[in-house]
Design a protein around this ligand. Structure first.
Ligand code: ATP
Length: 907
């Protein structure tokens, strides 16, 4: 790598540490070395960067630029985890002991079932793990590099030492860099130093050899954020060699995030486990008193404990959320944090940017007004024909858009539209820049709401300023008319701008100022004053057609949509009306300055009824989020800029943009819209509600089944009946019923009217609306039916009583499953709407019959083939659960039960 022996530098003799972020190959800190030396050391060309062949070679030797995650569990660890459950271990041990003193066949059967159960858990968790990993890979940031003389975008993981990286505001630094060129670069390094104040960066050599990280101002470190400016840097370290990599190596693990639902379920499972163990002790005691065989009794209650303790519930939630997140990606909603899937279902407010999310972000110039023609109707043709040359010059030159290699205009949509309008009138930027090159600039920022560029103009200099009319006009003293520079009627211009904005146009005012030479002081105050007003430009950005429908859907779903924009209040109001966010005549628009004046309490009083914020600064978003959250609202907030990051983090669902927008916003967000489209948020909410419903269905199913098993074993002795089921029966029922059929609930289609009911209150637990009552009474009913079967067959002297009880209990659970596919509807969306579930039920029935009619399995399960009438009897009884749940749902639909839940079918 190092091609050249550099000049003698202190520390030269130190041991080399290749590829380290701190030191070069010579053991000298990178920040103490001159740019040219660094380039030579890393064998890179500061103009063209590495060539492709070299980059490929280096990638092979250095490995990908990624942090090694130790948290990712490999298949082996996931599999092992399935067997480390305490109860399972006790069961296996007991089975072995019982086998040693009794029948080894039992031991083998129990072990086989426990292993099958573990396999099932493994397959699910492994799928979930892979889904999460795939999602993570999709959000990995990209990097702009200069390679073989061409700037291009590559995957951040493909960076190698020696690459030239181009940074701009909003980027997350992709590797450790020695900066070689900076333009007002500021980087926030809190991730490494804890200091949230951005650091001004330089390229000069820093002589001191042992600077703390925060003082190494000519370096940029992986994982830190560019908040302002632009830069070029050479990669000095990648992956685990970076400063971030060292910390990652120290800490090694990212904290595993548990969703509120998972935490609640884990707590619930613990409490239930204690109750189940207590019941098991009672069953065991009664069994002994009745003279049952102690070893068998012990195995029975142990099997019951393993079957009935719902320790898998939190894992099921992860699986459902992860698989749900995978489905959401297919619909352009990329989930970055799993708990978001759960939260989505209870969102009550969606606060959205206007430009690009609610609108198409395809700006076109629709109106140009010079001082002479201010009064024109905004709907009239563009007016470009009347635009004066200086105005068109300003549009072309005070512009950061460029023509790409294919001739298409590239850049910010506002700028691109202005570029195009000027070009259409014959003012091509590149041609004009030959005689009027740019000499200086004061860049645009949302805070300033304007930008200025300075150009050579014959012997002197001309500055063009464009931006929000109220900001630019304040700085204007004159106006340009056909007869030359004259006085300016500010109120007339303001009224014209207001009229254009009321038509939904984004309005910019354009002005100029002449200087004899480029001023020394390039501060906004010095340059942007004493301006000559040139004209107004109105741009149209049509609302997205699908956004209107999505907003309508939000209304029926009890979700408030709020528009937050940097645009003028009149523009905001017009677009909000077109989208249906406000009604005609509704003038509730809060402007940024007004918002700034409101105290927290005052905002709290109005925040729930404010649909539009205009001229809002990104920092004000957090004020809105907080005010809403203090009122108990669950807020989704969109954002794309660096300054949006705090609000995105604070929101319950921070939403960033995949196409436009910055890395910083994406890093902070919980969800990324791959198509930047508002309608996608609503799709995600709908999907979130469906997933939550389905988790609830699984919980309902699993708890009811468990409760049925417990009731059966608990009540039998009180009815003077022998122990109804053998350990292997209990484990089997648990395996086949929790297995495939339970999993198939995850693909259950959404409930009818999911988006016609209000959001789930965030405080509402998963057991609300009758879930635990259901588990208790339906469980009792199913247990009762099983015991009736047992009692009848037992007293009739049938030798098959146990096989019948076993079969009825298994079939009852499947009948119950078919009924709870919907919380309210009979035959959810038609009987055949979830084919995987029907397939799983059929398959499970087949397995159950196999335990009865396959001779080899008879021996394992200690069952006997049932006669035709006996089997028919079992099937007939097993419908009781189904019928009972349908009756329960009928009562819910009639409003007799669980009244808190309004019927979505009735508006
Ligand atoms: P939204 O919040 O709806 O997405 P936005 O964030 O795009 O809007 P900003 O980009 O902050 O809004 O723009 C605010 C105002 O700044 C605009 O209304 C316009 O007057 C002015 N403006 C926007 N872009 C430019 C630009 N390139 N040059 C000068 N002024 C601009």
């Amino acid at each position: 790598m190092a091609a050249e022996a550099p000049a003698k530098i202190p520390g030269e003799d130190a041991a080399p540490t290749p590829g380290s972020s701190v030191t070069s190959d010579h053991g000298v800190p990178w920040y103490t070395r001159a740019v040219a030396t660094v380039a030579a050391d890393l064998g890179t060309d500061l103009q063209s960067g590495l060539d492709d062949a070299e980059a490929t070679l280096r990638l092979a030797s250095h490995g990908p630029n990624a942090l090694v995650e130790s948290r990712r569990r490999g298949p082996a660890r996931i599999l092992l985890a399935q067997f480390t459950d305490f109860m399972v271990i006790v069961l296996l041990a007991a089975a072995v002991v019982a086998g040693a003193i009794g029948e080894p066949q039992d031991t083998i059967a129990i072990i086989a079932i426990v292993v099958l159960n573990a396999m099932l858990g493994f397959v699910q968790e492994y799928r979930a793990e892979r889904a999460v990993a795939a999602l993570k890979a999709m959000v990995a940031p990209q990097a702009r590099v200069q390679r073989a003389g061409v700037a291009r975008t590559i995957h951040g993981t493909e960076l190698v030492p020696g690459d030239l990286v181009l940074l701009e505001a909003g980027n997350v630094v992709p590797a450790d860099l020695r900066l070689i060129e900076v333009a007002q670069l500021r980087i926030e390094e809190a991730a490494l130093t804890g200091e949230s104040q951005p650091v001004d960066k330089i390229t000069d050599v820093l002589a001191e050899p042992e600077l703390p990280l925060g003082d190494r101002r000519n370096m940029a470190y992986k994982g830190t954020m560019v908040t302002y400016g632009r830069a070029v840097g050479v990669v000095v370290a990648t992956g685990m060699q970076t400063e971030l990599g060292r910390i990652a190596a120290l800490l090694r693990e990212e904290e595993e995030v548990k969703t509120p639902l998972q935490r609640r379920l884990a707590r619930f499972a613990q409490r239930l486990a204690l109750a189940v163990l207590a019941l098991c002790a009672v069953i065991f005691g009664i069994g002994l008193l009745r003279g049952e065989e102690p070893v068998l009794m012990f195995l029975t209650v142990l099997s019951l404990a393993v079957a009935a303790i719902p320790e898998a519930l939190p894992a099921v939630v992860t699986v459902s959320l992860a698989l749900g997140a995978r489905r959401m990606v297919a619909r352009n909603a990329l989930i970055r944090r799993l708990p978001a899937v759960e939260t989505l279902g209870s969102v009550t407010f969606i606060c959205s940017d206007k430009t690009g999310t609610l609108t198409e972000n395809r700006m076109r110039v629709r109106a140009i007004r010079t001082t002479d023609a201010l009064a024109r109707d905004a709907q009239s043709p563009k007016g470009a024909e009347s635009a004066t040359p200086p105005l068109l010059l300003a549009l072309a030159l005070s512009n950061d858009a460029e023509r790409g290699p294919d001739g298409a205009v590239q850049g910010d949509p506002t700028e691109a539209a202005l570029f195009q309008a000027a070009a259409d009138a014959g003012y091509e930027k590149a041609t004009l820049e030959r005689t009027m090159p740019r000499l200086g600039e004061i860049p645009f920022s949302s805070e300033r709401g304007k930008m200025t560029t300075m150009h050579r103009d014959g012997g002197g200099v001309i500055a063009f300023t464009k931006g929000a009319p109220e900001r630019v006009l304040k700085r204007c003293t004159h106006g340009l008319t056909a007869s030359g520079v004259g006085s300016l009627d500010q109120s007339e211009v303001s009224a014209a701008a207001e009229a254009m904005a009321a038509d939904g146009l984004r309005v910019l005012a354009v002005a100029s100022r002449n200087f004899a030479a480029l001023p020394e002081d390039l501060s906004p105050d010095a340059i942007e004053g004493d301006l000559t007003f040139l004209g107004l430009v109105g741009l149209l950005d049509p609302p997205r057609p699908e956004a209107r429908a999505a907003i309508e859907e939000c209304k029926t779903a009890g979700i408030h949509v709020v528009m937050i924009t940097g645009d003028h209040p009149a523009t905001a109001a017009a677009i909000a009306r077109q989208l249906g966010i406000v009604e005609d005549g509704d003038r509730r628009v809060i402007a940024g300055p007004e918002l700034a004046r409101l105290s927290g309490d005052a905002l709290g009083d109005i925040v729930e009824g404010a649909p539009v914020y205009a001229r809002a600064a990104p920092e004000q978003k957090i004020k809105i989020v907080k005010a809403l959250q203090e009122r108990g609202q669950i807020v989704a907030m969109t954002g794309d800029g660096v300054n949006d990051a705090p609000a995105l983090r604070r929101a319950d669902i921070g939403v960033a943009m995949g196409r436009s927008g910055t890395d910083v916003a994406r890093e902070a967000a919980h969800m990324v819209l791959l198509d930047d489209n508002f309608a996608t948020i609503v799709t995600a909410v709908r999907e979130g509600r469906r997933i939550y419903d389905n988790i609830r269905k699984f919980v309902r199913y699993a708890l009811t089944c468990n409760s049925a098993e417990i009731w059966t074993l608990f009540l039998a002795p009180f009815l003077g009946l022998p122990v109804p089921l053998l350990p292997i029966h209990i484990l089997w029922i648990n395996l086949v019923t929790d297995g495939l059929p339970g999993v198939a609930l995850a693909v259950e289609p959404a409930e009818r009217g999911v988006m016609r009911r209000p959001p789930r209150p965030p405080t509402e637990g998963i057991f609300a609306r009758g879930l635990w009552q259901h588990a208790l009474w339906v469980g009792l009913l199913m247990g009762g039916v099983a015991l009736v079967t047992q009692a009848w067959a037992y007293h009739a002297g049938s030798a098959h009583w146990q096989s019948m009880t076993f079969t009825v209990l298994a079939l009852l659970q499947l009948g119950h499953l078919l009924a709870i596919r919907s919380e309210r509807d009979a035959f959810h969306r038609g009987f055949f709407s979830n084919l995987p579930l029907l397939g799983a039920v059929t398959f499970t029935v087949g397995l159950q019959l196999a335990t009865l009619y396959v001779p080899a399995l008879n021996r394992v399960f200690k069952t006997e083939p049932l006669s035709g009438p006996e089997l028919a009897f079992c099937f007939a009884l097993s419908t009781v659960g189904f019928v009972a749940v349908e009756v329960e749902k009928l009562l819910v639909r009639r409003g007799v039960l669980y009244r808190g839940d309004p019927d979505p079918a009735r508006p």
